[in-house]
Design a protein around this ligand. Structure first.
Ligand code: GLU
Length: 302
């Protein structure tokens, strides 16, 4: 089958091993790419060393391989592109689209006028590196058409909510790195968890500042626990058991609205299961769903 112009990706942060929630996002982006005869890429977003867990990148790549989620190129690592992110920040500085800001979010939230009073933003105080750089966002509202959730409007309260692009630790923020890479890797479709709908605001603002066309964003439901919290490494979701790869795929496919035929419900390996799922994939059953719950017999963490 010939390739289309579609380019998708899965972009995990190596802050822990994959769990059922991250598998769901990986499978959705894989199926959407394959169902469109597209290219699928894996990017390890390793730009936050204090939050990373030793060995997590290798474990994530191994789990994806065991679940037969094979990419079309070698994985890329954001930690190898730090100079590129710094140069983009320089470009934005030269265009006066970012400003240096020593204030914490807490200070800004505590007192909306802090930004004017602190003297840094008005030029009354001069700063010394290291300092954070924030994007001048301007508009308080952004609208986009999500490929799954439909028409979506997001609000911000600038300058209070102006996102950080370069952290005072000298590291790029998630916003800067993800936009730079999605653009430069030619990603046309970003299929990821609904917890990332809100950060899409900052990403759209940055695409606009850089004069780049944003990809199509498609947000799939996240797996919630009994308390309605997203299953995550922070709330101790159980890592995937690679020995149960076929069962793990059956679980996430059910949550993605795909009904396997009886033989694949009982047997079949990850490749057979994924092959069927590519043919059965549709974004439609997920429309308007921001969260799903695991079937009770599959208790994968809280
Ligand atoms: N690296 C992010 C995470 O693991 C996801 C980034 C994205 O898909 O845009 O939550």
């Amino acid at each position: 089958m010939s390739r289309s112009a579609y380019r998708g990706r899965f972009a995990p942060s190596p802050t822990g091993r994959l769990h059922m929630g991250s598998l769901l996002a990986a499978v959705a982006s894989y199926l959407d790419a394959r169902a469109h005869q597209g290219f699928w890429h894996i990017r390890i977003e390793d730009i936050d060393p204090p939050r990373e867990q030793a060995g997590a990148s290798t474990a994530i790549l191994e789990a994806l391989a065991v679940h037969q989620l094979h990419a079309d190129a070698e994985p890329t690592f954001q930690s190898q592109r730090l100079a590129r992110y710094a140069s983009l920040c320089e470009r934005l500085k030269a265009a006066d689209l970012v400003y240096a800001c020593p204030c914490s979010r807490k200070q800004l939230a505590h007192n909306a006028s802090h930004r004017n009073d602190c003297g840094y933003h008005s030029g009354q105080q001069t700063w010394q590196e290291p300092i954070a750089w924030r994007l001048r966002q301007g508009q308080p509202q952004r609208h986009f058409c999500d490929g799954i959730q439909g028409s979506t409007t997001l609000q911000r309260d600038p300058p209070l909510d102006d996102c950080i692009l370069f952290r005072k630790e000298g590291l790029p923020s998630y916003t800067l790195a993800v936009v730079a890479d999605d653009h430069e890797e030619g990603i046309t479709h970003v299929v990821r968890g609904a917890d990332l709908i809100d950060p899409t605001f900052d990403q759209l603002a940055l695409y606009e500042a850089l004069g780049w066309e944003p990809p199509v964003f498609c947000h799939v439901p996240v797996i919630n626990n009994d308390q309605g919290q997203k299953m995550s490494k922070q709330n101790l979701a159980k890592p995937l058991d690679n020995g149960l790869a076929a069962d793990n795929l059956r679980t996430v496919l059910q949550l993605l609205g795909i009904t396997l035929p009886p033989p694949l419900k009982r047997s079949g390996n990850p490749s057979n299961i994924l092959e069927f799922a590519i043919g059965a994939w549709s974004r439609q059953p997920l429309a308007g769903k921001l969260g799903v719950r695991l079937p009770t017999e599959t208790c994968q963490g809280s």
